[in-house]
Unconditional design. Structure first.
Length: 58
């Protein structure tokens, strides 16, 4: 997760487009909800959301 964070932050600072900033903000929201979640469904949804972000960056 930390390597993906470094990759997303580096791509965020390389390009200053609005879509990248929006994805970077949504990554923060997904990671915070993932660490603060206390049931299985929230963990599963956050994991799927992070995977979709990874496919968007790739």
């Amino acid at each position: 997760a930390s390597s993906f964070f470094l990759f997303s932050s580096s791509s965020f600072f390389e390009s200053s487009s609005f879509l990248e900033a929006l994805l970077f903000t949504s990554f923060f929201l997904a990671s915070s909800s993932f660490f603060l979640a206390n049931n299985f469904i929230s963990h599963l949804l956050s994991f799927i959301f992070l995977l979709s972000l990874l496919f968007i960056f790739l």
